[in-house]
Each structure stands twice: as structure tokens, then as C-alpha cells.
Design a protein around this ligand. Structure first.
Ligand code: HH2
Length: 275
């Protein structure tokens, strides 16, 4: 199936403690309903997560994560949706892919070689994200000499490891990991220069949705109030050549992406005509 860009990955957290939708979709029926709403609102992919990665979050056992996520993945796949599993655990990735998921979204950047093997065996698409350390410690005074350079080198190295494990380069998406071990300045610079990541030759995804840096700019404590700010980041990322977005509210972000794409498209047409 080919999908026209912008591609929207809708977020479905089946956790009690995610930072913006924790506890809302733990019930599998409500989770399926939410996924249908995400798709109606423009999501092409539903990203199911059974463990919160918010700063300071406690780890969840593989059994518990399997119990939360895999039945929902199976039901969504049966309904014909493209499903991604948001996990760092090979056993969860394997079970979700066996239940019909097609993509593994690993916030730990496929550091675990078994994750790479599982994805390769299932011929899955992968999202390789940058996160220094782990969620419990990542926000303790994050420092970089050159945030874009360091994130870019890390993602290139991890993507190459995925390719060495047998994952095709076209199946690899890289993501700078907004809010994962980054302060406000780091997030702003990464967004402003996100186009440079595309030079690595992989599809690039932006996951800015409802993140704390948007809340701190706007003075909004409530993550649910950050969708407009999120849509602005999406428009700016489209302008910088990015085409895949992981968001909680697909409708606003999709509109922002389509308007930004039309402006960029018209600019490109004018340039072609005048050259
Ligand atoms: N952000 C979160 C989780 N998974 N995956 C990718 N590829 N990129 C991201 O930026 C990203 C991600 C955190 O957001 P959310 O899932 O809403 O919260 P929580 O981790 O608390 O469940």
C-alpha cells in the first residue's frame, strides 16, 4: 500500500501513566474505539504503546506490556489498520508483529541486537529514535556540544546496524526523539535543523506531539492543550522536508501539514518554471 505524504502516525497509549493520554484507553474496547477515531481523523498508522516513556517513568515487565498491547494490536490489524508497536522489548515486538503489526517503533533506537533480528525476521518497518540513556535518567541535565551532529551520527550508526541485521534501508525511519534527553534549546534547534537529518538518506519522523517544550513556550501545563502548538511544529517540519509525524490529534496536524505542503509545492513549481 502506498500512502501520500504527509504520513500521520496516530498515538494510542494503552497505559495507565502516559503523560497525556494515560489511563484513558486501558480498556481494549475503548482503545479500539480511539484507534478508529484516530484513523477517521487522518492517521495512516496507529502506534500502540504499552509502556510510558515519559521522563522518570517506571519500567513495566514484559508480561504486563504484552498483556496491555498485543490484544489491541491484533484487533486493529484484523480491522485492516496499519499498526506500529511502540516498544523497546524484543518479546513484545515479536508478539505484536505475529499479531499483525507491521512496524516496530523503538525509542531506544534498536540498541538491543535481538530487536534488530526480530524486526528483520518479520520484515517489519522500523522507527529508530534517539534517546540518551533511559527514561528514568535522560532529563537530568542533558548536554551536547552539537545536538544536531550528535543525534545525526547516533541515528546513522543505529540505522546502519539495522541494515546489517537485514532490514532494508527503505524500511527504516529515523527520529531525533524530541523531549528525550533534550532541554528546550536542544528541542528548538533540532526542529529548526531537522531537514539536515534527511541528508542521511532515511525517511525522517518528527514526534513533537504535546511535548513539554511546547507547553513551556506557551505556559501550558495541560498536555491536552498543546495540539495547536504541535500543529505549528508539524507545519515548520514540513517546510524543512519532513513527511512523517507521530501525533495524538491527527486532525489539526494533518491540516497544518497539508497547508504547509501546498505552500512548499507551489514554491517548488515556481522555481522549476523560472529555471
Ligand atoms: N515519543 C513518545 C513515545 N514514543 N516514539 C517515537 N518514535 N518518537 C517520539 O517522539 C515518541 C515515541 C512519548 O510520547 P507518548 O507516547 O505520548 O507518551 P508516553 O511515553 O508517556 O506514553
Amino acid at each position: 500500500m502506498t500512502i501520500d505524504a504527509p504520513i500521520i502516525m496516530g498515538i494510542l497509549n494503552v497505559t495507565p501513566d502516559s503523560f497525556s493520554d494515560g489511563g484513558l484507553f486501558v480498556d481494549p474496547d475503548l482503545a479500539v474505539e480511539r484507534a478508529e477515531a484516530l484513523v477517521r481523523d487522518g492517521a495512516h498508522i496507529v502506534d500502540v504503546g504499552g509502556e510510558s516513556t515519559r521522563p522518570g517513568a517506571d519500567p513495566v515487565s514484559p508480561e504486563e506490556e504484552l498483556r496491555r498491547a498485543v490484544p489491541v494490536v491484533g484487533r486493529l490489524a484484523e480491522r485492516g489498520h496499519i499498526v506500529s508497536i511502540d516498544t523497546t522489548k524484543p518479546e513484545v515486538a515479536h508478539a505484536a508483529l505475529s499479531a499483525g503489526a507491521e512496524i516496530v517503533n523503538d525509542v531506544s533506537g534498536f540498541r538491543n541486537p535481538v530487536m534488530r533480528e526480530v524486526a528483520a525476521q518479520h520484515k517489519a518497518g522500523v522507527v529508530v529514535m534517539h534517546m540518551p540513556g533511559d527514561p528514568r535518567t535522560m532529563q537530568i541535565d542533558p548536554r551536547y556540544e552539537d545536538v544536531v551532529g550528535e543525534v545525526s551520527r547516533y541515528l546513522a550508526a543505529q540505522a546502519r546496524l539495522c541494515e546489517a541485521a537485514g532490514i532494508r534501508s527503505e524500511s527504516i525511519c529515523i527520529d531525533p526523539g524530541f523531549g528525550f534527553g533534550k532541554n528546550l534549546e536542544h528541542n528548538l534547534e533540532l526542529l529548526d535543523r531537522i531537514g539536515e537529518l534527511a541528508d542521511l538518506g532515511y525517511v525522517v519522523m518528527a514526534g513533537t506531539s504535546r511535548k513539554r517544550f511546547i507547553g513551556s513556550i506557551l505556559g501550558l501545563e495541560d498536555p491536552l492543550a498543546r495540539d495547536f502548538g504541535t500543529a505549528v511544529t508539524v507545519a515548520l517540519a514540513v517546510e524543512r522536508g519532513i513527511s512523517v509525524f507521530r501525533v495524538h490529534d491527527p486532525s489539526l496536524s494533518r491540516e497544518a501539514a497539508l497547508v504547509a505542503r501546498a505552500i512548499v509545492g507551489a514554491r517548488n513549481t515556481r522555481r522549476e518554471l523560472s529555471s
